[in-house]
Every structure is written in structure tokens, then in C-alpha cells.
Design a protein around this ligand. Structure first.
Ligand code: SF4
Length: 381
């Protein structure tokens, strides 16, 4: 298949769903986590759960970069934006995420802060070139997909000797988060989060390749199938996972061969390695402190590191106790378990990050009218 329409063909989707229904074993239940928020949205947009047998359960993972940013870092972005000399640039979804002080970047902008929404990292560097008398800070978030463009602008700023540009780096790493989930008490001890395999993210995997997932297959005996974002991709990935579970296999398979290789994009990896290094630990909303899961700017580019330049303080504020985002991000609660879902918390009035972001699970449920998903996926139903 060559064209995107072919990957959305309803007839083929029904055939694939029929094949899955034939292959699942009745006495077994299957729990697959889609790590990536892009998959969560694809799954609901195309009604995938309605095509699956009742004993195949999808568990939503933490793969939404806006959702996993802890409140302390949202507060730090707001503090930076409020400095009169600063123009703070970031991606659109982050603007509406509430911080701990009943504020957001959008509200800070309404109160006079110079906050600008950008579509690419390159936009922020251009804003710095256009405003040499201001401090332009790019508040960078995202997984491995958005990290290489941040590396590019840092190298460009360095090469051009731009002095009024810096980056607040909040880039995080997918394999570290998957390890953390597999090591969590819910998976290892309590059995409240049954996981039989993962749909591996597609965009991230175009950069890192499929090799980093081999560890999960070997050490944790969890199959991983890297899948694209179209409905036939997702259904085919689920079918491949069902086959692995039935056969007692735990391997890394690649459904998204049209874009992902085992080695990934070596040029992008080299760029990132040149500019960034691992942080010993990084705080994630929902997952807590995850070792070696975030990146920081290397010493050679320290002049462009907003954290050093502005001595940014990242606090640990208390979450709104009624908001279940942390549990939703760990896969142990569904958005519909939250008492605020669809009442107090809506996309127009988001209480938590999972309702704000275009990749958030709560936003996906709301956008596609999911109001009656079962609570937490049952164990061996
Ligand atoms: S519905 Fe709103 S408050 Fe509840 S978990 Fe989702 S984002 Fe948080």
C-alpha cells in the first residue's frame, strides 16, 4: 500500500478485525499498552476498541509530552515568561496547561507576559534574530522526535554567535519511561496493571530505531510491535501482538517498516549526542522521578542553557487531588474514572494536562465521545 487512504480502508479494517477475533484465545485476556498519545487518538478516532474482541484491552501510556511535564516545570515556564526582558516561545498545547498557582502561560500572556506560540524550534531562533534587545527563551518539550530540531537550533545559535537566545530543555526519553512502567509496583508486585505487550511509538522510532526495544522483549519478556498511526497499522500491530502472546514469544517486530529501521536515523542521533547529555534523573507527571530519562544541554552549549542563564527553580507543587492525570498516565486509571471528567474538566476548561494536550488521553476520550469505558482493564476477565 502506498497512499494514506489505503491505510484507512474500512473494508480491510473489518477484515483485520475479523482475523484478530479468530486468532484470540477465548480463555485468555490480552492487555496491550499503546505508549504514544498519537496512537491513543488514532485508536479512538477510528473506533478501534469497537472492532476488538472483548478480551483485548488497550491500556493508554504516558507518551504525551505535554501531559508528562510536571507542574513544577509549568510554573517555571510561567516564571520565566513573567520576566520583563524575556520572550518565551513554546508549542501551542503547553500554553493552556494549568500550573499550580491557578495560572497558565496563556493567562500570563493575558496579564502582559510576552509568550509566543511557535510551530517549530527554528521559529524561536528567528524570533531571537528579530529581537536582539530581548532575551528569547525556547521552552523545549517532547520525546526523541522533537529533540533533533532543538539540537539544530542550538548549533545554529552557537555558529551564528546569537547572544540573546537560550533553551529550557525538557526533552525526555521513551525507553526510560517504558522501563519505569515495567518496574512499577502496579506491574511487578500488585498485578493491577496487566501488560502483555506494547505498541511501540512510530515517530519516536523513526529516530531511535527498533533496537532500543529489544531490551524489553529480552529482559521483561514483553513483545513490542512498532506500529504506524493509521487504523490498519494499529489493527495489524494488535494482530501481531496477539500472535506473539499466543505463541509465547516476546520479540520486537516492526509493522511500520515504511519509516522505521532497526538502527533509526543515525544522523539525528549524532546531532542529539553532540548537544545533549543524560540527566541523572528527571521528574515526570504520573511516573515520579525516573532515572536517566531526561536530557540537558552539554557544557559546550552552556551559554544557551536557560536553566543556567536564569537560575530556573523547579518546585514540587501538590497536584489537584481530584485530577487523576498521574494515574491515567501510568495506565492504572481511565479518564472516565475521574469524577471531574466531562463536568468540571473539559477541553474548554481543562483541569489537568491530559485534557489540554492534543495527544492527551482525556482529550481523546472527550473528542470521540467515550463516556463508558470500563474502569481499569480487568485482569484475566
Ligand atoms: S478528566 Fe481532567 S481532571 Fe480528570 S484526569 Fe483528565 S485532565 Fe485530570
Amino acid at each position: 500500500m502506498k497512499y494514506v487512504d489505503e491505510f484507512r480502508d474500512g473494508q480491510r479494517a473489518r477484515q483485520l478485525a475479523g482475523a484478530i477475533a479468530e486468532e484470540v484465545e477465548e480463555e485468555r485476556s490480552y492487555h496491550f499498552m499503546e505508549f504514544c498519545g498519537g496512537h491513543t487518538h488514532a485508536i479512538f478516532r477510528y473506533g478501534v476498541p469497537d472492532l476488538l474482541p472483548e478480551n483485548v484491552h488497550m491500556v493508554h501510556g504516558p507518551g504525551c509530552p505535554v501531559c508528562v511535564l510536571p507542574m513544577g516545570r509549568v510554573d517555571a515556564a510561567i516564571d520565566l515568561a513573567r520576566r520583563p526582558e524575556v520572550i518565551l516561545c513554546t508549542y501551542g498545547d503547553l500554553l493552556r496547561v494549568p500550573g499550580s498557582r491557578k495560572s497558565s502561560l496563556l493567562q500570563a500572556r493575558a496579564a502582559g507576559a510576552d509568550v509566543r506560540m511557535i510551530y517549530s524550534a527554528a521559529d524561536s531562533l528567528q524570533i531571537a534574530r528579530d529581537n536582539p534587545d530581548r532575551e528569547v527563551v525556547f521552552f523545549a518539550i517532547g520525546f526523541e522526535t522533537t529533540t533533533p530540531p532543538t539540537a539544530v537550533v542550538l548549533k545554529q545559535a552557537h555558529a551564528e554567535g546569537i547572544e540573546n537566545f537560550s533553551v529550557a530543555c525538557n526533552h525526555v526519553l521513551t525507553p526510560a519511561a517504558i522501563t519505569h512502567i515495567l518496574e512499577s509496583p502496579e506491574v511487578r508486585e500488585l498485578g493491577t496493571l496487566p501488560l502483555d505487550g506494547f505498541i511501540g511509538p512510530s515517530h519516536v522510532s523513526t529516530v531511535i530505531g527498533s533496537a532500543p526495544y529489544e531490551f524489553f522483549a529480552e529482559e521483561y519478556e514483553k513483545p513490542v510491535v512498532i506500529g504506524g498511526f493509521e487504523p490498519l497499522d494499529v489493527l495489524q500491530a494488535i494482530r501481531m501482538l496477539v500472535r506473539q502472546v499466543n505463541a509465547g514469544r516476546a520479540e520486537v517486530e516492526n509493522e511500520f517498516t515504511r519509516a522505521v529501521t532497526r538502527a533509526g536515523n543515525r544522523k539525528a542521533q549524532a546531532l542529539v549526542a553532540d548537544v545533549f547529555e543524560l540527566r541523572k534523573q528527571f521528574e515526570w507527571r504520573g511516573l515520579g522521578t525516573v532515572p536517566y530519562s531526561g536530557l540537558r544541554i552539554k557544557e559546550a552549549y552552556a551559554a544557551f542553557d536557560a536553566e543556567r542563564r536564569f537560575a530556573v527553580e523547579v518546585g514540587r507543587p501538590r497536584e489537584n487531588q481530584a485530577c487523576l492525570c498521574p494515574s491515567v498516565l501510568r495506565g492504572v486509571a481511565k479518564p472516565t474514572d475521574c469524577t471531574l471528567y466531562g463536568t468540571t474538566c473539559t477541553p474548554d476548561n481543562p483541569i489537568g494536562s491530559c485534557m489540554v494536550s492534543s495527544e492527551g488521553a482525556c482529550a481523546a476520550y472527550y473528542a470521540y465521545g467515550r463516556t463508558r469505558e470500563p474502569a481499569v482493564a480487568p485482569v484475566d476477565a
